[in-house]
Every structure is written in C-alpha cells, then in structure tokens.
Write a protein that binds this ligand. Structure first.
Ligand code: ADE
Ligand code: ZN
Length: 368
C-alpha cells in the first residue's frame, strides 16, 4: 500500500525532488513486491479452499471431516508429485455443494488477491469433479459469477473464469461438462486442461478445444513440469491445438526449437514456482523461471493452489521467486507487464492496468 500512502506527498513534490529509490534490501524489496500492481492467471479456485473454510462448509452442509482440527488437516497436506497432490486436492473439494459454497470460495480468493494488489485474475475451476457429486453446473458457475460481480463492485478486483477439463477422466465426461457449461458461456472466458498428465496427452481433448473455440472461448492448457513426454505435449499444445497459453511448461527450456516457436508466437507461460518445482535434467535441477525470462519468453508468476502450498498467495510466491531466481526490480515489473499482456480483456482495460504498473515502477525509480 506504499503507493496509496505516498501519493499525496509524491504529487506535492516536483519530479526531481521525489525519493525514487529502487528496492535495495529484503525489507524494501518485500514492500515493493507487496505494492506491485499484479495479475494472476494460474490459480485453481478449488486450490484456494483453506482448511478453515473447509471446516465451516462441512459444518454448514452437515458433513464430517476425517480431521479434528485445522492444524491436523493442514499437517495432512503432504505430497511428492502431481498424483499425490491431486488426491488431497480432490478429497478437499467434497465439501463444496451449494451455490453459496462456490460464492464463498471465490469471494474468499478474490478478497485475498485484492489485499495483495491483484487488479485482475483469471481463475480455473474443475466442473467435472462437482458434476460427479450431483452439484448442478448452475450452482458452480452461478456462485462464482455472483462473487466475481460483488468483488468487482465492493473491492475493485476484476476477474474471469476458465473451465478446465480434467484430463485423467474420460473424454466423454469432459464433453458432458462442456455441454453443460456452454449455455453459460457468457460467464466464461476460456477453457483449460488440468489434472494428471500421465498417459493423458493434450490431443485427447482436441474435439473439446475445437468446440470451445467455435463457441468463442479462449484455449489454454497445463503442461506440468517433469511429466512423461512433456516436450511432445508442449509441441502438440502449441502446434496442433493452437493453445493461446501454456500453464507451467517449464521443460520448454530443454528445447531451443520449441522456445523459438513459443517466442515467435508470443505465447505466455503461467509459471507457478511453488508447485512446479525444479525442471530436472540428468538428475540436476534447472531454474526454469530464470531461464525462461533470460530466453525472452513471456512469463507470469502465479500461485496455483495456495491453500495446499503453505497458504502462500501471489505476494509470498513472488517474494520467494525473487530470492530463488535473483529477480531484479525491473524483472519483477517485466513479469507483471507480461501478466497484464496475457489477460483476455479489452485493450482499454489492459492499457489502464499497464499505466498503473508503469506509474508504480516510476514511483520507485525502477526503469526497464
Ligand atoms: N489441478 C490443480 N492444480 C493443478 C496443477 N498444478 N496441475 C495439474 N492439475 C492441477
Ligand atoms: Zn495448475
């Protein structure tokens, strides 16, 4: 909130007299990151379901949970790969049953994000998992949409919604979810692809992406880090399926050819350093975020499933990424510039966000 507090003084002083000092130590870097105008593109709403809310929803819905306390539940969040993470994540969302539950979930995330200066978010959700439990699509999309509208009105954060196909369920199940959602397509901005990638290549959903695109929706897809055939999956997503974005995609640094292709197409990558882990090459870790930035790829930094990742939301993720990848203040500004450029929004809205970002950078004396 530095920008808001500093504004009157900054306006009163001529430009030459302002103390525009780029952050130079951990404390000022943390303040710089906290106040940075941000956008988020890779956050699963069900992955923002905090243990506290799980207990509250279980009580409201008359369900019992296999844990006595919030602390005990959080201690159970131990995973070592994508499938073991997904088991915990899908178990957790069983408490989501009513329109109000989805409202509370989405409003909770949007409030948290707005408190961290996220101006705009595109959020994933997994309808198949809810339809399977008999929750109507109207409750899922309706609750989230009502929360988006209220959050825009009361706390000023704008957002949109991306329906994800769960790639480890059948193609038929994904088509059923798409068909159920299409009558509500005015409340969606795009479709994505998530869940367990093993033996579930992107082309399994070629028909679904084509149908969604024909309905006017954008297309993105997860290529999780260190998956089998990951480079093939990235190639299929970029070339055959014409994905407009890649979610994660860190292994692309192992293919100069694919990097050149992604760069020439201007494809954004939504990197989640907390979850993606390190890209491994010959048993050695590679810092994919650093390499992607250095290669000139369009990279944003995102929180993925913060409730299951130490409750680290975007500010904490950026603080950690800054240290791990030695990000300079100018690179942090570049990451958020990429983020706003990634957004599926009208140009006037984008220009407004970019102007706020550039003013903030200037305020801190950070030049590109
Ligand atoms: N579902 C929730 N988070 C995910 C991730 N990072 N990768 C694949 N599926 C997910
Ligand atoms: Zn994800």
């Amino acid at each position: 909130m530095r920008a808001a507090m500093a504004a009157p003084l900054a306006c009163a002083l001529p430009a030459w007299a302002r103390a525009a000092t780029p952050p130079a130590d951990d404390e000022s870097m943390a303040r710089f990151i906290a106040g940075l105008p941000k956008a988020e593109f890779h956050v699963h709403l069900e992955g923002t379901l905090e243990a506290e809310m799980k207990f509250a929803l279980a009580q409201r819905n008359g369900l019992s949970l296999p844990y006595a306390t919030v602390e005990e539940m959080k201690r159970s969040y131990i995973y070592h790969d994508l499938p073991s993470f997904l088991k915990i994540y899908y178990d957790g969302m069983q408490v989501l049953l009513t329109e109000q539950d989805f409202y509370d979930l989405a409003y909770g995330y949007l409030s948290k994000a707005a408190s961290q200066n996220v101006l705009y978010a595109e959020m994933f959700f997994d309808p198949q998992e809810h339809l399977k439990r008999g929750v109507p699509i109207e409750a899922v999309i309706g609750g989230i949409t009502r929360a988006r509208a209220d959050a825009a009105k009361t706390i000023g954060i704008e957002s949109q919604l991306i329906l994800c196909f769960m790639r480890d369920l059948s193609a038929e199940s994904a088509m059923e979810a798409l068909d159920a959602a299409l009558p509500h397509k005015d409340k969606l901005i795009g479709v994505g692809l998530d869940s367990d990638e093993k033996d579930n290549p992107p082309e399994k959903f070629a028909e679904h992406f084509a149908k969604a695109r024909a309905a006017g929706l954008h297309v993105t897809m997860h290529c999780d880090v260190n998956q089998e055939n990951t480079l093939e999956h990235i190639r299929t997503a970029l070339v055959d399926l014409q994905a407009e974005r890649i979610d994660h995609g860190g292994n692309i640094v192992q293919s100069p050819e694919l990097m050149a292709l992604a760069k020439s197409k201007g494809i954004p990558f939504t990197v989640c350093p907390t979850f993606s882990g390190k890209v491994m090459e010959d048993g050695h870790p590679i810092n994919a975020l650093r390499e992607m930035l250095d290669a000139g790829l369009k990279v944003s930094v995102n929180s993925d499933d913060p409730a299951y990742m130490g409750s680290e939301y975007i500010t904490e993720v950026l603080v950690r990424a800054q240290k791990d990848s030695a990000l300079t203040p100018a690179e942090l500004v570049r990451i958020e510039r990429h983020a706003f450029e990634t957004a599926w929004i009208p140009e006037a809205q984008r220009d407004g966000y970019l102007a706020k970002l550039e003013a903030y950078a200037q305020d801190w004396g950070v030049t590109a």
